[in-house]
Design a protein around this ligand. Structure first.
Ligand SMILES: NC(=O)c1ccc[n+]([C@@H]2O[C@H](COP(=O)([O-])OP(=O)(O)OC[C@H]3O[C@@H](n4cnc5c(N)ncnc54)[C@H](OP(=O)(O)O)[C@@H]3O)[C@@H](O)[C@H]2O)c1
Length: 295
């Protein structure tokens, strides 16, 4: 069993991005704006990590924090202001937002050319059309990059994605389907209404779990030798930890890893790549705004 070490790959990618940013001509640097509503501890920590990585790469960032009772129109006016700011290349609205502001409405408010999250319907449409000028959602893009850098071929493989969310499952399934070197897979997408889930997941050459259920995928659901990608980040009580909780994936790592092929750990698997891809997308947005065609 080979460990797919997302943490170490993310630091390689971060260094590569830092070199590319340092080599950019002109004085203007890429800039990403983070929008956070409320003080949800997970959101606070995710945004802080993104700010730190931006600084490492040489991408400027600015943080805009609003109270969780902000009116939808007031938040959208702030997004409009960032849309109009020529110094801002990318805008990231940290989800989940409070219930009175639907996430999708907020994602669609961002100018598609600054949508470094890749959640705007224009960029999702470009993904469906296989138009390379769109932004691809960071977690799915990170997963493909991970498989690519570890030399795991995708064409012709049976891929099973468990989960059909807008931010992971659906865009990932579309990426695996593309008529490209990092695509051309036969893709099955499962969800909470899929009967006999194990019968489907056992057919996977590459199994991706993006469910949000701690350790749900156990050894009985995995074909021996299959590549396993665990997107889940679940907080479970753990008295042995100082914080009182531990982070676990959607895959029962201890039972699955002895029989699987290459597998991602949690933490240290997909998560760090998501942040690296956000920086990649911000650089792509900068190049778009500067009229530079990516090499
Ligand atoms: N590593 C990262 O950077 C990263 C990024 C994003 C998310 N995550 C993590 O990934 C996980 C999934 O996130 P998400 O935003 O995609 O979650 P989500 O929006 O809650 O979607 C979960 C999906 O799993 C399906 N599902 C739930 N229970 C199931 C079951 N028992 N059997 C089969 N399918 C089931 C749901 O089916 P229905 O559609 O039928 O409800 C849904 O499609 C979470 O743990 C999240 O924290 C990690």
């Amino acid at each position: 069993m080979e460990l797919l070490d997302g943490k170490s790959l993310a630091s390689t990618l971060t260094q590569e991005l830092a070199d590319r940013v340092a080599a950019l001509p002109g004085a203007r640097r890429p800039k990403v704006a983070f929008v956070r509503v409320g003080e949800d501890p997970a959101s606070v920590s995710y945004v802080r990590k993104k700010e730190r990585t931006a600084a490492e790469v040489g991408i400027e960032s600015e943080l805009h924090v609003f109270p969780d009772d902000i009116a939808k129109d007031d938040l959208f006016a702030e997004v409009d202001r960032l849309n109009a700011d020529p110094t801002v290349d990318g805008i990231l609205i940290q989800s989940p937002l409070p219930g009175h502001i639907p996430d999708e409405e907020a994602f669609d408010r961002v100018d598609p050319s600054k949508d470094v999250d890749g959640f705007h319907k224009v960029n999702l449409g470009k993904l469906v059309q296989e138009d390379p000028t769109g932004f691809v959602a960071c977690t799915p893009r990170g997963i493909l990059t991970l498989l690519d850098r570890y030399g795991i071929a995708i064409p012709g493989k049976r891929v099973v994605v468990v989960g059909r969310s807008l931010i992971v499952g659906k865009p990932l399934a579309l990426l695996f389907l593309r008529r490209q070197q990092l695509g051309n897979a036969t893709v099955t997408v499962c969800h909470s209404r899929t009967p006999d889930l194990g019968e489907v997941t056992r057919q996977a050459d590459i199994l991706v779990a993006a469910v949000g259920q701690p350790r749900m995928i156990d050894a009985s659901m995995v074909r021996p030798g299959a590549v396993v990608v665990d997107v889940g980040i679940n907080r479970v009580p753990d008295a042995s930890k100082k914080s009182g909780h531990a982070l676990v994936g959607d895959v029962d790592f201890d039972s699955v890893q002895p029989l699987s092929g290459p597998i991602t750990p949690v933490p240290g698997g997909v998560g760090p790549l998501t942040v690296a891809m956000l920086m990649e997308n911000t650089l792509q947005a900068y190049q778009l705004h500067e009229g530079v065609h990516p090499a």
